[in-house]
Design a protein around this ligand. Sequence first.
Ligand code: AMP
Ligand code: TRP
Length: 342
Amino acid sequence: MSRIFSGVQPTGDLHLGNYLGAIRNFVGLQDDHECIYCVVDMHAITVWQDPARLGPHTREVASAFLASGIDPKTSIIFNQSRVSAHAELAWVFNCVARVGWLSRMTQFKEKAGKHRENASVGLYVYPNLMAADILAYKATHVPVGEDQKQHLELTRDIAIKFNNDFDTECFPVVEPLIFGEATRVMSLRDGTKKMSKSDPSEYSRINLTDGADDIANKIRKAKTDPGELPGLESLGEDGQRVSKDAVAERPEAFNLLSIYAALSAQTMPATLEQFAGQQFSAFKGELVDLSVDKLGPIGSEMQRLMADPGHVDGILADGGERAAALAEPVIREVHEIVGFLK
Ligand code: AMP
Ligand code: TRP
């Protein structure tokens, strides 16, 4: 049985992109895999986090996991800083990964912006910690949104280099699991920008804790274009996915359609067929109903769980113990391979 690992940062404002690109996919994997889902608080502090809010934000992500249907008995849910193996292995990987590899990471370039000299060193070596998260458990499959693909390639490079350098088969070469109809959900205000926690406009994203009125307002105000909704002619050669050219021409329309497809669990071709030639106003009405129907119960369950911090903290503590027990032999093995004395 393959082992699954994934992480979500507790940086506040979990949104529809986090849900459709990642969290929702975590749920289905539990049935036939051993799953470890981590709230990566150590990744979060690579950019400034208010210490008073980090705890509540950590519980928010844990609550989203639980409210979406992750079972804390079969899967492991915990926050990263509880298990020292992550930081320990990250140090070894800091010595395996090359500066040139990290300099190519687009997320670092985006987040550091023009003031690269001023970015934290943690932000630079962020992908090494991510590799450590996964490989501390020798996880083989990692469900993520599309924006994490490059980081997972780096994880593969680190595993391969470690195995080569030390002439071992210690680490597996991980496979990304990027699936569903909405692997990259775009901003509701600008279909060329990723939906993101850091966008200053609340109208750019649907937060998982939004109530029905907020969801409806945000969808009604979402940017569209003057045309009618596109149909099957916009599919690419494979007949399953919308062609890149079509998306480039009407990014907002295809973003909303892919959100509809993902939430309704139907394929993109079926969704295109359903709405072809319709006006945006009618389609948006349907999207509001579907979104409220699917996201409303998750949002209210999250609110209920966040009001009971003791319960959530108990789950994180239990998960942390179970995770630490799994990572411990891997760290021991790594120490031996590297040549550290006991
Ligand atoms: P983060 O909030 O950056 O920790 O992201 C947590 C997970 O959500 C990762 O697997 C991301 O790839 C995924 N994710 C974040 N934003 C989006 C988005 N706009 N569309 C799809 N997936 C996303
Ligand atoms: N970097 C991921 C993100 O921003 C979060 C993350 C940290 C992660 N460690 C991980 C995802 C390990 C998958 C596996 O979305």
